[in-house]
Design a protein around this ligand. Structure first.
Ligand code: NDP
Ligand code: GDR
Length: 366
């Protein structure tokens, strides 16, 4: 029997990897995408199948997590065996500027989907996966962080995701739903959004190497993150949903590194060794060979409240799901820089000869 999955957030990093995985497993995949004034399907264009040709297995629906009737209609039409709720305003810093919207999409949006399942009589048949996050841990209580570590979110994003986490647990307990939380630590890839720190770094390193950008501006270099590869993590999501019962799992590598280390590894990929001097907002990273300043700190990227240290304990996932992260940080950085060298070069080629626009507009953003 062909299984049907519905993915909200299919146009995002994880949505793209998950859609690819589920299609390879023979699923019919339905994705929710937002209407946008410019194309927003670049990450899944390679998976797109002409709906006029019979046998197409990827189907896209316009929708939004803030629109209850839209979500009810999509769930009614698709009647999925599995829902992967990945849609979210997922940028922590942006959530301080758009706190209400973030709560609406990330917290109440999750409730809307769960309620749609109840209203449509699908609560006992459709399995539900919630994209929970290590941002729930926030202010350090204990490390490494596991399924039993207390939560203390530090941003409107983290607080919205806390609601989504608990409403998922509550619907599992109240209505016997097969509903699960994947508490995923940071996972990255060449498809990562350009304003998250890893991709901002690998794009900037590529543009600097190609002579298209002078400098990389960053915020807190001391923050520590447990970084894995998105491809590994979507496999974990699928395994969580295949369990006999809904449950909550941490997916992480179990290793942590500073933003500074990520920057060093990325520059090393293009043959540049960095030397650091100064502290706090005066810290700079220079090319050891030429002395040229390549990295500076801009306090605009500091967060009102920061999550300083994340390191996950994936023991339960290993024991129950047989899941383990397979990509080292060095491999991840290397793949991201290699792909960005190609992407940035392509972008540079496509510019008009007279165009002054900097290659990396992201240098000045998130
Ligand atoms: P992205 O930001 O890359 O993707 C988010 C997706 O959600 C995009 O498809 C986006 O659409 C969509 N979206 C945003 N707002 C809405 C809305 N109101 N209605 C419908 N769709 C919406 O995130 P990731 O792929 O990295 O993450 C997937 C999920 O996992 C998110 O919920 C995130 O919070 C969570 N998470 C991510 C982690 C990570 O390290 N990547 C770690 C832990 C949790 P559009 O393309 O149009 O913007
Ligand atoms: P995060 O990811 O907040 O962990 O959330 P992000 O890459 O944005 O930040 C990681 C750390 O790097 C520091 N930092 C900077 N961050 C950004 N974006 N830009 C900068 O210039 C910069 N300089 C330093 C940040 O302060 C932070 O400490 C991600 C998202 O995918 C969430 O949706 C997800 O839930 C969590 O990971 C797990």
């Amino acid at each position: 029997m062909t299984k049907t999955a519905l993915i909200t957030g299919v146009t995002g990093q994880d949505g793209a990897y998950l859609a690819e995985l589920l299609l390879a497993k023979g699923y019919d995949v339905h994705g929710v995408k937002r209407r946008s004034s410019s194309f927003n399907t670049a990450r899944i264009d390679h998976l797109y199948q002409d709906p006029h040709v019979t046998g197409a297995r990827l189907h896209l629906h316009y929708g939004d997590m803030t629109d209850s009737t839209n979500l009810i209609r999509i769930v009614q039409e698709v009647k999925p065996d599995e829902i992967y709720n990945l849609a979210a305003q997922s940028h922590v810093q942006v959530s301080f500027d758009t706190a209400e919207y973030t709560a609406n999409a990330d917290a109440i949006g999750t409730l809307r989907l769960l309620e749609a399942l109840r209203l449509l009589g699908l609560a006992e048949t459709t399995r539900f996966y919630q994209a929970s996050t290590s941002e729930l841990y926030g202010l350090v209580q204990q490390v490494p962080q596991s399924e039993t570590t207390p939560f203390y979110p530090r941003s409107p994003y983290g607080v919205a995701k806390l609601y989504a986490y608990w409403i998922t647990v509550n619907y599992r307990e109240a209505y016997g739903m097969h509903a699960s939380n994947g508490i995923l630590f940071n996972h990255e890839s060449p498809l990562r959004g350009e304003t998250f720190v890893t991709r901002k770094i690998t794009r900037a390193v590529s543009a600097i190497h190609l002579g298209l950008q002078d400098m990389l501006w960053l915020g807190n270099l001391d923050a520590k993150r447990d970084w894995g590869h998105a491809r590994d993590y979507v496999e974990g999501m699928w395994r969580i949903v295949q369990q006999d019962k809904g449950d909550d799992f941490v997916l992480a590598t179990g290793e942590t590194n500073t933003v500074r280390t990520f920057v060093e590894l990325a520059f090393a990929e293009v043959g540049i060794t960095l030397e650091w001097s100064g502290t706090g907002v005066d810290e700079v990273g220079r090319c050891a060979k030429t002395g040229k300043t390549l990295v500076k700190v801009d306090p605009r990227y500091f967060r009102p409240t920061e999550v300083e240290l994340l390191i996950g304990d994936p023991a339960k996932a290993k024991r129950v799901l047989g899941w383990e992260a397979t990509t080292t940080l060095a491999e991840l950085v290397s793949e991201m820089v290699r792909e960005d060298l190609k992407a940035v070069a392509r972008e540079a080629e496509s510019r008009r000869p007279d165009e002054e626009r900097p290659i990396s507009l992201y240098a000045a953003k998130g």
